[in-house]
Design a protein around this ligand. Structure first.
Ligand code: ATP
Ligand code: MG
Length: 159
């Protein structure tokens, strides 16, 4: 199905902005005016977004900020989606294993939050199933950015 990821992100922001702000975390959305359509399953992309945004909310203390962004690489025909937070971050030594099933940072701070350690593993599988890639950058005590991309067809430009 040909879908508008920009619109998908707006709906995701609508689903999460209130919850985020109720926890004292600001929530911002940054989307370019024109976003090419992609051939993708909206339910699958929504699950990826839900997993990543709920992590951002879960691991960001009051007073923090979350930014959901979309950017385009026209040469490579890729749509990049990023979810940034100013939360607790992930120690360097855990980063390389963080996409493994059931892997959680062994710290009281994240242990005290419920979870099974599947969210990122599932997000990665779903992004790979769409032919894309996902990556994480994080600084302990500073914040985390998860970025994934999927390809778009030139033919599908959204206008
Ligand atoms: P689940 O998603 O299954 O409910 P979970 O959130 O613990 O549980 P993942 O989403 O796979 O599992 O995340 C794995 C671990 O990575 C988390 O336990 C947490 O330690 C760390 N993590 C994930 N996202 C963030 C983030 N935005 N900020 C800080 N740590 C994170
Ligand atoms: Mg999670």
């Amino acid at each position: 199905k040909e879908i508008d990821i920009g619109r998908l992100l707006k709906y995701a922001a609508d689903r999460f902005a209130m919850q985020s702000e109720q926890q004292g975390i600001s929530f911002a959305l940054e989307i370019p005016k024109e976003v090419p359509h992609v051939l993708a399953d909206p339910d699958v992309l929504n699950q990826v977004l839900d997993n990543l945004i709920s992590n951002a909310i879960k691991y960001t203390p009051e007073g923090g900020a979350i930014q959901l962004g979309l950017s385009l690489n026209w040469q490579q025909k890729r749509i990049y989606v990023s979810i940034s937070d100013t939360g607790i971050g992930i120690p360097k030594r855990d980063l390389k294993r963080i996409f493994e099933r059931f892997y959680r940072v062994d710290k009281a701070r994240s242990r005290s939050q419920g979870g099974t350690g599947l969210g990122l593993a599932i997000a990665r599988e779903l992004v790979h199933a769409h032919g894309g890639e996902i990556a994480i950058e994080s600084e302990w005590n500073e914040g985390t950015t998860v970025t994934f991309w999927i390809s778009f067809e030139k033919r599908g430009e959204g206008r």
